[in-house]
Design a protein around this ligand. Structure first.
Ligand code: SF4
Length: 535
């Protein structure tokens, strides 16, 4: 499945600094007991192998529920000539060491970062300080590890962190890493390696980039790469689940959403492969977590859910399509142990839903909620966005009206289902149809959140809102250019006060990236990325 590394490359590694593999108890001590709570940890001897530190720039409890991290860990360790160990950013003042062998970052030949969200960029400067390695690529030399990174936000716009990394992956790791590995292990200079990486499809090497388009790479047949939990631990958000990826991409094309652009085309794992993985997962957990942008889009969803029940497992779905919400799927969810579910109308008015290409009507919403009401769910969460382009106060009133109608339907059924609203500000994402549009300002977002809370809390509907100010930070990092690196380099801790200080010191005009609409002909910082699904 992956390119093998040659014997010459193994010999080339022989001169690398090596330390004996530490005993499990020593590693347990330095991991703060995390390893002791794991099943599936891969402990490989380093002898002659190319050592990767796989860094998730956030806490263990978050990162261990990330299937991307788990998949890369498995993939790199499946190479006989490589060893991959995990590193998480706990920010607890303790030595910054890998989990498996408690080694410092300078012991590794390559630090491979996996970013899920732009806000994790804010941890980078502190991570590199703790690692004792210069943050900027141009300040590192032959004595330092190479730094590479990937993730959906980097695929869409690698620019804000490009001055820090030697190479950035544009697309899916399964098809990029096999061509990167043989270059990394070569017995050649850092510059030679970077120049060779420059020639690979799906790899952005900012130091030598000549302006050519980089086409996103993607995996044609998902069944070639079953993606599921590899290391299981209870010390993570989804620790009671064995996670299995069901699909990548989405058949819808909502104008604000990165998923349908950064992961297109829509691809599924086969029913046969998913059930095989579920049977394996049942050895570790009683419940299977089915992961994907819209899990109910799987063409054999009912067969999948009933098949999982037949083998004696429960399950949880990460996402449902409102328009395809069949009563049978809801029945199966209850049988699988679900107590709550989430639907995403995103906007309250028909006009706004049309303008974001949501593709369903109020009748569709009410029909879906009516079906939920017939089942004994304890909680229904409705997701809405605020500050969408062209949104007015009238659209907020329509969210209130729609929510109250849903509440009435749920109350009528007398099954005790509680309604919760999760509202998040619209954040423009690179690569989407709304990439040129700015966000709503702080006052507008705060007023609209307050209006929703004032009108719905008294009706027994809880309204949870994401922070408008942090959403502005996210927008700056999503639409930022390479100048944003100067802000990230100044971050000494993750707080809004530290962010404001860093922005001021770097002299960045934040409004340009966060609030302003950009003209049709304005050059985009990420213009060299081609997200289209060519292969
Ligand atoms: S918002 Fe949901 S339905 Fe729309 S494109 Fe994104 S993943 Fe698909």
């Amino acid at each position: 499945m992956y390119l093998r590394l040659s014997c010459c490359n193994i010999k080339a590694m022989a001169g690398k600094k090596e330390r004996p593999t530490p005993s499990q108890s020593r590693a347990d001590y330095f991991s703060g007991g995390k390893l002791a709570g794991e099943e599936g940890t891969i402990i490989k001897d380093w002898g002659g192998r190319y050592p990767f530190a796989l860094i998730y720039p956030n806490e263990y409890s978050v990162g261990m529920s990330n299937l991307g991290v788990q998949a890369i860990y498995k993939m790199l360790n499946s190479e006989s000539d490589a060893v991959c160990e995990r590193v998480f950013w706990e920010n607890d003042g303790k030595p910054f060491l890998s989990l498996e062998s408690s080694r410092p970052m300078m012991d590794y030949a390559c630090l491979a970062f996996s970013f899920s969200y732009e806000l994790d960029y804010l941890n980078l400067a502190n991570i590199m300080r703790a690692a004792g390695i210069p943050l900027y690529s141009c300040e590192r030399d032959e004595s330092h590890p190479l730094l590479i990174a990937g993730g959906p936000c980097i695929t869409a716009n690698p620019m804000p962190i490009s001055p820090f990394f030697d190479a950035l992956c544009i697309g899916e790791a399964e098809v990029i890493l096999p061509s990167v590995l043989p270059i990394l292990v070569m017995d050649s200079s850092r510059e030679d390696k970077l120049r060779q990486l420059l020639g690979l499809p799906g790899v952005y090497v900012s130091a030598f980039h000549d302006g050519h388009k980089i086409t996103r790479r993607w995996t044609a047949i998902l069944d070639d790469f079953p993606t599921h939990s590899v290391v299981l631990t209870r010390n993570t958000e989804l620790g009671d689940l064995y996670l299995i990826e069901v699909e990548r991409g989405c058949s819808a094309a909502c104008s604000f959403c990165l998923v349908s652009r950064a992961f297109c085309p829509l691809r599924f794992h086969s029913l046969e492969s998913l059930l095989k993985q579920a049977r394996e997962g049942l050895q570790y957990r009683k419940r299977i977590g089915l992961v994907g942008p819209v899990v109910t889009d799987h063409p054999e969803i009912e067969g999948l859910l009933s098949g999982i029940l037949d083998i004696g497992a429960g399950f949880s779905l990460s996402s449902l399509r409102l328009k395809k919400l069949s009563p049978r799927v809801l029945e199966l969810m209850i049988a699988g142990g679900a107590h709550s579910l989430a639907l995403a109308p995103e906007a309250g008015s028909e006009r706004l839903r049309k303008s974001i290409r949501k593709g369903f009507t109020e009748d569709d919403i009410m029909q879906a909620v009516g079906r939920v009401a017939e089942q004994p769910f304890k909680q229904l969460k409705l997701y809405f966005m605020l500050g969408l382009p062209t949104e007015t106060d009238e659209d907020i009133e329509e969210i209130i009206t729609l929510s109250l109608k849903c509440q009435t339907l749920l109350d009528k059924s007398q099954k005790g289902c509680r309604l919760t609203l999760n509202v998040a500000p619209f954040v423009p994402k690179a690569g989407t149809p709304f990439q040129r549009l700015g966000m709503a300002d702080m006052a507008t977002l705060e007023n609209r959140i307050t209006r929703l809370k004032d009108c719905l809390s008294g009706e027994g509907i809880e309204v949870k809102a994401e922070s408008p100010e942090w959403s502005h930070v996210q927008a700056a990092l999503s639409r930022g250019d390479a100048d944003m690196a100067a802000v990230l380099a100044e971050m000494d801790k993750v707080s809004l006060a530290a962010w404001r200080r860093a922005v001021k010191k770097a002299g960045i005009n934040l409004d340009h990236f966060v609030l302003e609409n950009w003209g049709r002909n304005a050059k985009l910082p990420w213009d060299m990325v081609d997200l289209s699904p060519r292969e």
